[in-house]
Design a protein around this ligand. Structure first.
Ligand SMILES: C[S@@+](CC[C@H](N)C(=O)[O-])C[C@H]1O[C@@H](n2cnc3c(N)ncnc32)[C@H](O)[C@@H]1O
Length: 498
């Protein structure tokens, strides 16, 4: 603790000396009228039975100076009756005044007077000035309630309800955090106490947040589109600060690479569900990890992994796979880690526009392949965008045909025409009997509200018939079917080349 600094010598009253006499002579401060803006300052007085209004030059609590109009000049010592000094509508002084000076300032006659009546309350004038400049001249003192809109009562109640729940939870988890050893909170994944903590959170905090977000999503769906901006504001005011304590939510919201769902966001969902600087932040991360969108990401990854594995295990000739929008290539990493053996060589082509994503996949896959599958697995990285793929038909030239092409987390951003063209291009790369698996999130996605309203993360949701229709338009002669994953909101259309 910083020691309190003691004043070295406290003096008694008898030792106090005051200041040299002239320095304590009190002269009230004069304020130029410009200093009192935006208040409009005027001096009113009657001259020759006529009321005249003069602009104020300066004022103090015991006198004022003002511009004298073109009337006959007063003499020094003259008494002026009923002189009034007004600031906007506040009459700060009314009474007698005595002329003390008459001078010319830049061609204007300035008359200085001292008040004979009460002192002018300068503090009141300064307070009025402060009020007039706050918040902005002309604006209402209270900002407009952009969150206010008629209706959507259930939605508003549910959002406020969740905010109160999170407020309590933050308090409780902060208290619990102080009692837990550091390594339980922030240490190695997989320690028994840490796993127990995660389990406890899952059955309490997490399930409540997941339930509440799904309920809010359902209440948000029927709202009038015109109310959406106000309702978004309502929700952000209540919940945003809680949500964004979770690093995955913060990254999804900030989009540091300029696009949503980058490979770091995906890594949170695959590898780091319990991240954050505090227990509450970690609990918040875990809650979002357990919402359907998080479950869907892992569910679709498992579907791809299982499909590739069964192809590998049932084939004795070389296989070639293409991952479009590969991201961190989690399914390949897990597959190459878990496979007990490889009956035949496999070539894996990873296609992504983000060099960082491919770099991350490379850092994980290369040592794994060198350690377990040297000479059996070949990795090829293509740092290209689908824009190029759609205009350059030779992009895959020399790479041969593929036994499986899979694509998750990309079509959710593609307009129908692009989706059809890409599907057609991909189907053309398939070997006879080869499959293309294309995932797309469905409109039932119960995370839509928080993704759109809190994270500005908009997806193009597609129903199963819409997904099948894209495949039909792209590959009318191919066999098409829907494959489901665990969450039920992120199916694939699987196209099998005849
Ligand atoms: C949501 S992630 C999905 C990654 C991976 N498929 C998965 O499910 O884990 C989307 C990926 O698509 C890539 N991507 C986005 N637009 C692309 C484009 N136009 N061309 C190629 N890749 C793209 C991103 O770089 C990112 O790695």
């Amino acid at each position: 603790m910083t020691p309190v600094k003691l004043i070295s010598a406290v003096r008694t009253y008898e030792e106090l000396e005051g200041a040299p006499g002239r320095e304590v002579f009190f002269r009230p401060h004069r304020f130029r009228s410009a200093e009192l803006l935006p208040l409009h300052s005027t001096v009113a007085l009657v001259v020759n039975d006529v009321l005249i209004q003069c602009p104020l030059h300066d004022v103090s609590q015991n006198g004022a100076a003002f511009e004298w109009p073109a009337h006959a000049l007063p003499a020094i010592g003259n008494r002026l009756d009923q002189l009034a000094v007004t600031f906007d509508r506040f009459e700060a002084y009314r009474g007698e005044a005595r002329v003390g000076s008459v001078r010319e300032v830049e061609g204007v006659t300035i008359v200085g007077v001292s008040f004979e009546g009460p002192l002018l309350p300068v503090d009141d004038v300064l307070n009025l000035r402060a009020l007039a400049t706050w918040p902005r001249a002309g604006a209402d003192v209270v900002r407009p309630s952009i969150w206010r809109v008629e209706g959507a009562d259930r939605y508003k109640v549910l959002v406020s309800d969740l905010a109160l729940f999170l407020e309590d939870a933050e308090e409780d988890l902060t208290r619990l955090e102080k009692e837990l050893p550091w390594h339980v909170l922030h240490g190695e994944d997989g320690s028994p106490a840490r796993l127990a903590l995660i389990d406890r959170l899952k059955v309490s905090f997490v399930s409540e947040v997941v339930r509440a977000t799904e309920e809010i999503d359902a209440a948000f769906r029927p709202v009038d589109p015109k109310s959406v901006p106000a309702l978004r504001e309502w929700s952000r005011r209540h919940l945003h600060d809680y949500f964004l304590q979770s690093p995955v939510m913060l990254r999804a919201f900030q989009k540091p690479f300029g696009y949503p769902g980058d490979y770091e966001v995906m890594r949170f969902l695959y590898e780091k569900p319990f991240e954050g600087p505090t227990l509450f932040a970690k609990a918040m991360s875990l809650a979002f990890d357990q919402t359907k969108a998080g479950v869907a990401v892992r569910g679709r990854k498992d579907v791809v992994k299982a499909r590739l594995r069964s192809m590998i295990e049932s084939r004795e000739t070389p296989l070639r796979f293409l991952s479009v929008a590969a991201g961190p290539a989690q399914e390949l990493f897990e597959l190459l880690t878990e496979l007990p053996f490889l009956p035949a060589p496999v070539e894996l082509v990873l296609f992504d526009q983000d060099k960082g994503a491919l770099g991350y996949a490379f850092r994980r896959l290369r040592p794994l392949v060198e350690a377990r599958w040297a000479g059996k697995v070949k990795l090829v990285y293509l740092n290209e965008s689908i824009k190029t793929l759609l205009t350059n038909e030779t992009l895959f030239a020399g790479l041969g045909q593929f036994d499986a092409i899979f694509c998750s987390g990309l079509y959710d951003y593609l307009q129908p025409a692009t989706a059809v063209r890409l599907t057609r291009t991909l189907e053309a790369q398939l070997a006879p009997g080869g499959i293309a698996m294309i995932a797309n999130i469905t409109p039932e996605n119960p995370c839509r509200w928080y993704m759109e309203q809190h994270l500005d993360w908009k997806l193009i949701h597609r129903s199963r018939p819409e997904l099948l229709e894209i495949a039909r338009r792209a590959a009318p002669g191919a066999h098409r079917e829907i494959l489901e994953e665990a969450s039920g909101v992120n199916p694939f259309v699987q196209i099998t080349r005849g």
